[in-house]
Design a protein around this ligand. Structure first.
Ligand code: ATP
Ligand code: MG
Length: 219
């Protein structure tokens, strides 16, 4: 069993979208893939939650799975878990051991577990830990999704440099929304970077088989 933690350069970049694309591809290849979102904020009744979307998706793959199997903490305020928990005066700490155990149970039911983080890597969960710490605690491989919009080069390179400085391997993928704009504004530099980096920056929609292959090749 393998698990892949999906993070991004920021919130609203396309983690949920990318996670479903990856799950669709893997399931189409006969790799039984399910999705979890252990911590979610913004549970204010106004929008469909990521964990609800993932739960719907999982039912197509395994009818025994419920939302409680894939989501363990939900907070009302659309903010980091650190802030959202304080906003509701919730004193119960987020328990990494519990998340690990629940996700391990889930892993026994599939070939690949995709775990969607909340926001980006440095989003605080509590006074001690952030999203990157959670991904590391879960011993999951990592995939970082980048925007394709103006500003993405700075955000992506900051994330790459940060992870490199910590020796943390990660797959990088750009979520292509406006290809023409991306080709003009950012592609020339990303192509240049790809001549320098040991691991390529992928285009999510075009390189999904390579992303899957790289992930499955991680030890
Ligand atoms: P959050 O941090 O809230 O979990 P997210 O990183 O999961 O956000 P998404 O919800 O996947 O982001 O995407 C944000 C919005 O952009 C959604 O409305 C989604 O449908 C849209 N979106 C993302 N990627 C694409 C795409 N490639 N083409 C069209 N729409 C997209
Ligand atoms: Mg999401």
């Amino acid at each position: 069993m393998k698990s892949l933690f999906i993070t991004a350069t920021n919130t609203n970049i396309g983690k949920t979208y990318s996670t479903h694309l990856l799950a669709d591809y893997m399931n189409s290849q006969g790799i039984k893939t399910i999705i979890a979102k252990p911590i979610e904020t913004g549970d204010n009744g106004n929008e469909i939650l990521d964990c609800q979307r993932h739960s719907q998706y999982n039912l197509k793959i395994d009818q025994s799975l419920s939302i409680e199997d894939i989501n363990f903490y939900r907070y009302k305020l659309p903010a980091s878990p650190f802030v959202a928990k304080k906003y509701e005066n919730i004193s119960t700490e987020i328990d990494f051991d519990m998340i690990y155990q629940k996700l391990s149970n889930l892993e026994s039911k599939c070939d690949v577990l995709l775990i969607e983080g909340a926001g980006g890597l440095m989003v605080p969960i509590n006074e001690e830990y952030n999203m990157l710490d959670l991904a590391r605690f879960l011993k999951a491989s990592m995939c970082l999704i980048s925007s394709d919009k103006l500003g993405m080069i700075n955000d992506l390179v900051l994330n790459i440099e940060f992870l490199k400085s910590k020796n943390i391997p990660c797959i990088y993928a750009i979520n292509l929304i406006n290809e023409e704009n991306y080709n003009t504004i950012s592609k020339p530099y990303i192509e240049y970077l790809n001549t320098k980096l040991p691991n390529p920056i992928y285009i999510l929609q075009k390189d999904i088989s390579k992303i899957t292959h790289d992930f499955l090749s991680f030890s």
